[in-house]
Design a protein around this ligand. Structure first.
Ligand SMILES: [Zn+2]
Length: 370
């Protein structure tokens, strides 16, 4: 699989990192269970079958890693970096820094399964010339079959699996990316439901798990794509909160609490005269109340490292920054505070856009301070 996320943060729950072809490869902590299984099942065992099973799992893991590297190295040829490859016991994910253009995405998505096809053919050809004993031949046949299975499975057109990405990029070349993502997301969810039903009937829990992941990912990609379409070309200022309260830097948390109750606002810019010196969001407020008490000054607990957004920046481009900012970002024209951008009002903005209105058209930029 390959996935595109605009966040640069590394996946959570990973341990250990190696670098292959300049791509960071991390292992999810659940990998320890797989390693424990390998150690217990194979390496210490005298029974040939168990040792062969362990070798098989190890080889399979290596083939999955090479599959992900296939995506990463191909993406680099199109100038797209891979933030990381995360290896889970059930497979790998290559996280690319940004989305590729349709043609590039098609090639990048196909590169992974292609690696497995090449590996499978290479193992079959190699085994037929090597003249190994029966046990070794059996193992190699299993590894070759697993590679063909990996290629075939990943080519199932269930977005966001590789096959789904190939399908989406092909549709995108004809109908545009927005429509393509919606179609691919729908097909992905449909296939996921069928996969889940088959998994239940056949008693394959593994397939059920994959189906669930595909369904969730397809739904999320569909929503992200819709959000992008509804916000593209709109400036940040069109979606920001323009009527808001601020807190002077000399206020106490008790005063902040009164404002929190008296208004519907949850995040307050902290100002010193005209100048913004920080942001007191609800988390900082709660943390401050618990740690310092109500008489502490807001300036002692506020966040000085808040996220600033340019009012004229494209809203679609700002959404990834918002995802990192947490609940609230400040919209600033130089040092001048124009408004707040919060998750709630982005959700409202999307709802209004969906209803066909253009809220940006008459947005005023007057700020009301307290
Ligand atoms: Zn893949």
């Amino acid at each position: 699989m390959a996935s595109e996320k605009s966040q640069t943060a590394r996946a959570s729950g990973t341990l250990g990192e190696i670098s292959l072809f300049g791509v960071p490869v991390r292992f999810h902590f659940t990998f320890l269970f797989l390693m424990a299984f390998l150690l217990a099942a194979g390496l210490g065992s005298r029974e040939a079958n168990m040792a062969s099973d362990a070798l098989f799992v190890l080889a399979l893991f290596l083939c999955v890693l090479l599959h992900e590297l296939g995506h990463a190295v191909t993406a680099r040829r199109y100038g797209i970096k891979t933030i990381e490859i995360v290896m889970y016991p059930i497979g790998g994910v290559a996280r690319l820094e940004k989305e590729a253009a349709p043609k590039a995405e098609l090639v990048i998505a196909f590169a992974g399964p292609l690696v497995n096809i090449i590996l499978g053919v290479a193992v079959v050809v190699g085994a037929s010339y090597a003249g190994l004993d029966q046990k070794a031949n059996e193992l190699l046949t299993r590894i070759a079959a697993a590679n063909f299975y990996l290629a075939g499975f990943n080519l199932v057109p269930a977005f966001p699996m590789d096959g789904g990405r190939i399908l989406r990029s092909a549709i995108a070349m004809v109908k545009g990316e927005q429509v393509a993502t919606q179609i691919a997301s729908r097909i992905g969810r449909g296939l996921a439901v069928m996969m889940a039903i088959y998994g239940i009937i056949a008693g394959q829990i593994f397939l059920l798990l994959i189906a669930l992941l595909v369904f969730l990912a397809a739904t999320q990609e569909g929503a992200v794509s819709e959000g992008r379409a509804l916000t593209a070309g709109m400036p940040v200022r069109a979606a920001m909160v323009t009527a808001f309260h601020t807190l002077p830097h000399g206020s106490t948390l008790r005063e902040a609490a009164q404002l929190l109750i008296a208004t519907t606002q949850q995040d307050f810019p902290v100002v010193h005269g005209d100048q913004v010196v920080g942001l007191l969001d609800r988390t900082a407020f709660v943390r401050g109340m618990a740690g310092e008490g109500p008489e502490a000054y807001v300036s002692a607990v506020m966040d000085r490292d808040y996220v600033r957004l340019d009012p004229d920046r494209d809203l679609a481009e700002s959404l990834p920054a918002m995802a990192e900012a947490g609940p609230c970002a400040l919209v600033m024209d130089g040092e001048h505070l124009l408004g707040l951008l919060t998750r709630e009002n982005i959700a409202e903005f999307l709802m209004i856009r969906k209803l066909g209105l253009n809220p940006g058209a008459s947005a005023s930029t007057t700020a009301t301070g307290v």
